[in-house]
Design a protein around this ligand. Sequence first.
Ligand SMILES: NC(=O)c1ccc[n+]([C@@H]2O[C@H](COP(=O)([O-])OP(=O)(O)OC[C@H]3O[C@@H](n4cnc5c(N)ncnc54)[C@H](O)[C@@H]3O)[C@@H](O)[C@H]2O)c1
Length: 373
Amino acid sequence: MKKNKSRRSFIKKAALGTAAFGGAPYIIASKGNKEILLKREYLLQEHTANDNINLALIGSGIQGIYDTSTALKVAGVKLVAVCDLYSGRLARAKELWGNDLFTTRDYREILSRKDVDAVIVATPDHWHKKITIDALNAGKAVYCEKPMIQKFEEGAQIIEAQKRSKAICQIGSQGMSSLGNEKAKQLYEDGAIGDMVLLDMYNDRYSSEGAWQYPIPADANPQTVDFDTFLGNAPKHAFDTTRFFRWRNYKDYGTGVAGDLFVHAFSTLHYILDSKGPNRALSTGGLRYWNDGRDVPDVTLTFYDYSKTDTHAAFNASFRVNFIAGSGDGGGFRLIGTEGAMEVGQNSVTLIRSKLGKIPSNYSMIAYTEAEQ
Ligand SMILES: NC(=O)c1ccc[n+]([C@@H]2O[C@H](COP(=O)([O-])OP(=O)(O)OC[C@H]3O[C@@H](n4cnc5c(N)ncnc54)[C@H](O)[C@@H]3O)[C@@H](O)[C@H]2O)c1
């Protein structure tokens, strides 16, 4: 626990309901020993800057479209340009945001535009570092999708470029700005679950889409797809639409389950606990089902040891991603402590407060004399 507040102080705060979180929009429902804290509404307008912002999107695929659509809900934000390497994505951008949009296959044309204040970088992972650094050097504010980098050594270069340019650079792990995480952090620091014992994260997927087997457009060919630019610094490869549209499945462009999906669990966990990370890991897994040419596992289980710090007790974490769930899609992120547990979602936290049973129940009593019972 970060602050050594008493359980009584936590209960008092919880009883105050929404006031306990500075008037944040939560509804608290109770059921048995569970308290469910739900977001009432996420008001983007609360986060607007005063000035208008001209935005550009680099990498107009699935996440780029979600990010941009969210950004455009904020008053004063205008999308002026979009870059992508597949012409179908540029056509889709015009369908979504109008024919006046400037579109290009060369992101440098976006960075040289004086009217662009900020860029969203939502390309495959192997392009994040180069485009982010080029954008910072061009004086643009950057929102780069997670994972920040593809290779470990790239991180310091982005940090250095940000410090030099002094431009804003935010890495998009949306949990870092979710109300669920914020509320969970406050509850944890108030002692709601006592000392950390175990973190249990699982992400089960049971669909081709969930397993990163995205559709390949019928018109994808060397004229509509700029495959050579897509490769960037990755090893040379003959034109291959599967690699282009399902890049996540290849180590040359993506980061596998650990970089792509564990990153969300890590950012949430470390934010809530104010942790710098584990000191030991044991990982296993393999490619069990999706034998579609990919070279990354579809089942990964990793166990982490966290040492005691000023903000948390020593605990263990278990992360599991499984693309052949069998029983359907599902996920969970549960912090288990000495005085309860918290199930953390994007916009909700379910808190289970429980007292450890220390009085023997009927189970063991069968072996004791009546006098001892
Ligand atoms: N925060 C989240 O929950 C979340 C979810 C999904 C994806 N992501 C991240 O977003 C990024 C994009 O993932 P996606 O699922 O949208 O992939 P996607 O394949 O749907 O989109 C990527 C787009 O980038 C384009 N592209 C590739 N290289 C480019 C380049 N050099 N210049 C311009 N465009 C280029 C591709 O043509 C494609 O349209 C990844 O880094 C991924 O990890 C984050």
